[in-house]
Design a protein around this ligand. Structure first.
Ligand code: NAD
Length: 291
């Protein structure tokens, strides 16, 4: 068996070091407020690890626990507070998700608009879990640096099993905008996100397919899972030899023998997500001070 397991700690360490050095050398105190309006064990764990990483890197983190009914007012209040540079809402809320980003960033992400300004000095904010998975794919070499920026996934076939508004759908759009052919799987359907043959489209388009999981997984170079149930296991037998597999669900979505087929296995991405959350926070800090 020659599978390499890559841990999120390893992927995130250079980002954490850079964040720590930047915050220290600039003598700034970016502040993040996290809202926890549920008892979900994954959310509580996520909030705890955010707090720990923030402390290590020099970000001021405050966790505010509230009722679901109070959440909206509290978010509005925090948004108006000049001393708060970023807000994090730990899902789930109301059993479903509210969107994590303001309209402009969501629009830009889906339309492949990468900067806020014409001079291209201000990068758009991308939600932290999809961004973390992009960084994982860069780290393990799925992005081909020989190709021009924006096309580095050309030729890659990627399956994502999850199409939530917060992770799976934005991730499919980002990877397709970067040139990949992406199969986006949810409990009801499979869609294809792509920029056409030869990347003739400037931004991705989406089409429904009648293909089955059994047909797309064997032709995928990368399979990314995010099914939030402990019983879900993607059969190893479906995977092609040498596939790259990444799991972002709180539960292991691959079978124990996945290493027999995979060339690279990333079992979790949580630490990279938190590093991206802090990176987004620093961007928001700078944009706020430039206003
Ligand atoms: P969600 O419930 O909003 O979405 C789940 C998605 O999985 C949906 O698209 C659903 O259709 C699909 N799905 C469910 N069962 C399926 C099946 N049998 N076959 C195919 N698709 C199926 O959940 P979410 O917020 O996207 O979170 C998913 C998981 O990812 C959770 O375990 C969550 O804790 C984890 N998560 C991790 C991070 C991180 O940084 N590590 C961040 C966010 C979420």
């Amino acid at each position: 068996m020659s599978c390499k397991t890559v841990l999120s700690k390893e992927i995130s360490s250079s980002f954490r070091e850079e964040l720590k050095a930047t915050i220290k050398s600039r003598g700034i105190k970016p502040k993040l407020v996290g809202f926890l309006a549920n008892q979900d064990p994954s959310a509580v764990k996520y909030a705890e690890s955010t707090s720990k990483t923030c402390e290590e890197t020099g970000v001021v983190f405050e966790l505010r626990k509230c009722n679901r009914e109070e959440l909206e007012d509290q978010i509005v209040e925090a948004n108006e507070d000049d001393n708060i540079h970023g807000i994090m809402v730990y899902y789930p809320v109301f059993g479903d998700h509210v969107e994590g980003l303001c309209h402009k960033y969501i629009y830009n992400m889906y339309h492949n608009v990468r900067f806020l300004d014409r001079e291209e000095t201000k990068k758009c904010i991308i939600p932290c879990t999809p961004l973390a998975i992009v960084k994982v794919l860069e780290f393990i070499g799925v992005y081909n640096p020989v190709l021009p920026y924006g096309n580095r996934l050309h030729g890659r076939v990627i399956t994502i099993i999850n199409r939530s508004e917060i992770v799976g759908r934005p991730l499919a759009a980002l990877l397709a905008n970067d040139g990949g052919k992406v199969f986006s799987v949810d409990i009801n359907s499979i869609q294809e996100f792509h920029r056409g043959t030869g990347l003739k489209l400037k931004k991705h388009e989406v089409r429904d397919t009648n293909l089955k999981l059994e047909e797309i997984v064997p032709i995928s170079d990368v399979v990314i899972t995010g099914v939030p149930t402990p019983s879900y296991k993607l059969p190893t037998a479906l995977l092609r030899d040498g596939v790259i597999v990444i799991n972002f669900s709180a539960f292991k979505n691959f079978e124990d023998n996945v290493r027999e087929k995979a060339s690279i296995y990333v079992p979790a991405v949580g630490k990279v997500t938190i590093a991206m959350l802090e990176r987004n926070l620093l961007r928001l800090f700078d944009y706020k001070s430039q206003d």
